[in-house]
Design a protein around this ligand. Structure first.
Ligand code: GDP
Length: 441
């Protein structure tokens, strides 16, 4: 999970403040010392930490906080606001050219996730009804062109390639022409990477920039490399003048140093964050939501957005209608489980709920257990799924054998299912009553 160790350190520091009725300057200083250590341990740039702590302290020992009724909460609120500001404040959106196509150069070192991110970005744009063209201009890494073509096939986006014998400059020039002729509105150029920054690479990128006149130059960096990522960003920015950063592999970054320092050090915002290898694992970077997540306040907004994308609304509506009529079948249960799964690993989902970050340590989500429950439902016949009353002892025995579980497990699940059904009935009954009352009133 992203930022796990930083989050638990910071939350630990704040727990001490939260409990107190009164807070004095010493208590604030003590908490700030811990925050400072937590940030340094998270590999946040030293200067950035120093300035951050100074800003928070200045605000936190002010009258408004010490005299407020919940000073602990006030300090946390200030830290939340300052973390948000540190990461850039508002969401930095991707450019849109006045006259299409919008040209985006994707740059970065080898292995950072540049090619994958190019594919993910194309998919993100498609979701907004844009038509991206992927351009294979990394002619040095042997598999890069093929990799982009495979990505293009997966998302059904056109890929422009002239093989590895034509110069990247020429590829970029022709690709933009191609996009214009075919009314494609984004040109995403996957440029060459290197293992290290060198002058030849920069020169080539400058030449491509000269011809492509990009609206965006996005640097892809690997969050897991911490301060190295920040240094890479600084060099690229000095030599190429970036417009933004794509931070990859946040799913494996427990510390968060790069995310917290990039904007402050380079002045360039993080525009997108990648949190996994799958093609839909790229999101616009929301500094405020990220700050809330780090502080264990959850990220309910992102969760809702995810749900809107992953959940089949027609199905959900139908399910709601059925539930209103007191109907809840195993099939509906299975459907809702599958929709939940579309949201991603449960642990990540839980991390977005307020306060769950801390709980998660004690409450390992057992994905295997969920798989077993699914197997049980799948071992039922159609008739059984629609009508739990049919499930007598011999049927239960068959289901246990079919799903590789035990009769006890099957019994326990059916009992849980019945309880759930009862609860839902009560719940819909309650909301109906409230609605009726509202109508009368
Ligand atoms: P490039 O050399 O910069 O083009 O790097 P690639 O796009 O080929 O990616 C290098 C490796 O990192 C691949 O195995 C990707 O699947 C993986 N990768 C890229 N982005 C992410 C991410 O956000 N999370 C994880 N876990 N892996 C990623």
């Amino acid at each position: 999970m992203a930022f796990e160790s930083l989050a638990s350190r910071l939350q630990g520091a704040f727990d001490k403040l939260r409990g107190r009725g009164k807070i004095d300057e010493t208590a604030v200083n003590e908490a700030m010392r811990e925050v400072r250590l937590a940030l340094l341990e998270a590999d946040v740039n030293f200067k950035v930490v120093k300035e951050f702590i100074a800003r928070v302290k200045e605000r936190a020992v002010g009258q408004e906080v010490l005299k407020s009724l919940t000073p602990g909460q006030m300090v946390i609120k200030i830290v939340n606001e300052e973390l948000t500001a540190l990461m850039g404040g508002d969401v930095a959106k991707i450019a849109v050219a006045n006259r299409p196509p919008t040209v985006v150069m994707m740059v970065g070192l080898q292995g950072a996730g540049k090619t994958t991110s190019t594919g993910k970005l194309a998919k993100h744009l498609q979701k907004q009804n844009r038509k991206p063209l992927l351009v294979a201009a990394d002619i040095y890494r042997p598999a890069a062109i093929k990799q982009l073509q495979v990505l293009g096939e997966q998302i059904k986006a056109p890929v422009f390639s002239l093989g590895d014998q034509v110069s990247p400059v020429e590829i970029a020039r022709q690709a933009i022409e191609h996009a214009k002729e075919n009314h494609l509105d984004y040109v995403l150029i996957d440029t060459a990477g290197r293992l290290h920054i060198d002058e030849a690479l920069m020169e080539e990128l400058r030449q491509v920039r000269e011809v492509a006149k990009p609206d965006e130059i996005l640097l892809v960096v690997d969050a897991m490399t911490g301060q190295d990522a920040v240094n890479v960003a600084e060099s690229f920015n000095q030599q190429l003048e970036l417009t933004g950063v794509v931070l990859t592999k946040l799913d494996g970054d427990t510390r968060g140093g790069a995310a917290l320092s990039v904007k402050a050090v380079t002045g360039k915002p993080i525009k997108f964050a990648a949190m996994g290898e799958k093609l839909d694992a790229l999101e616009p970077f929301h500094p405020d939501r990220m700050a809330s997540r780090i502080l264990g306040m959850g990220d309910v907004l992102s969760l809702i957005e995810k749900a809107q994308e992953a959940v089949d609304t027609e199905k959900a509506k139908q399910m709601e209608r059925q539930m209103r009529q007191g109907e809840f079948t195993f099939d509906m249960f299975l459907d809702s489980m599958q929709q939940m799964r579309n949201l991603g690993p449960l642990e990540d989902i839980l991390g977005m709920l307020p306060g769950m970050n801390k709980l998660k340590g004690n409450m390992k989500v057992d994905e295997k257990q969920i798989g077993r429950v699914e197997a049980i439902v799948k071992s039922m016949t159609k008739a059984e799924r629609a009508n739990p009353d049919l499930l007598n002892a011999s049927r239960r025995k068959r289901i246990a054998a079919g799903s590789g579980t035990s009769i006890q497990e099957v019994n326990r699940f059916i009992k849980q299912f019945e309880d759930m059904k009862k609860m839902m009935k009560q719940f819909t009954g309650m909301t109906d009553k409230i609605k009726k009352k509202q109508k009368k009133g």
